[in-house]
Design a protein around this ligand. Sequence first.
Ligand code: SF4
Ligand code: SF4
Length: 256
Amino acid sequence: MLSSIINTIDNTIEHYSRSNDSKDFYRKPLIKVISAENKKIIDLKRIVSPKHLLPKDILNDAKSIISFFIPFTNEIVKSNIAGKMASRKWALAYIKTNDLINNISNEVESLMKKNGFSTGKIPATHNFDKEKLISNWSHRHIAYLAGIGTFGINNMLITEFGCCGRLGTIITNYEFSHYEDIKIKEKCLYKINGSCGVCQNKCIMNAYEGSIFNRKKCYEICLKSAKYYKSIGYADVCGKCLVGLPCSIKDPSINT
Ligand code: SF4
Ligand code: SF4
């Protein structure tokens, strides 16, 4: 079943790229599964928010979680380095990828249905508390638990293909015969040896205040971007603290 899921995700990305004006937006996705009963998931109510959902809140007989990361190409990443506003390409990639993630969820749902299983779908974004700006489902934390990457000090997940890209999650009542024992090596250079730290200095809003992240400052520029790009969709993005970094498109810890 895992190989059919991987093929479905790969094919959906390929098909979407060809038919939706997003050619050369994506690199090969990373896909992992974890048990919906993984004991660490409940900790997300403490780590992320007491309102963070559990897999069974989304699908009452949930058995597994499929977590995926769709890395952007260097072209999309480079486009966002200059200027204070997110680049048009970056904004478009965000809008398109939200749509792509919904397509992936629908295709995987069809595959599972054909095989007699159900899925619970989660939107790519905009599932957050508008006051606290905290999501009730953190794709990032789930991807971390699934072993897709480790957190950088910019709060992004650094994968073997870097941190620029988008994450998605699908829940299913299919139980895999085996779940990997996750032991993932730290990837953020600052966390490894105190070096780097480039990401936080790139923030155009000074949203990194010591160990506190000021979500409101960050969201302010994201809303400006949404207004600026309203002719192409809803792009409440910035991403300046993700681009032009040693961890933007690759694992920076490879030679450490
Ligand atoms: S830019 Fe450096 S310090 Fe920031 S997340 Fe990446 S590796 Fe870590
Ligand atoms: S997304 Fe933009 S405003 Fe938010 S932390 Fe990163 S650089 Fe700062």
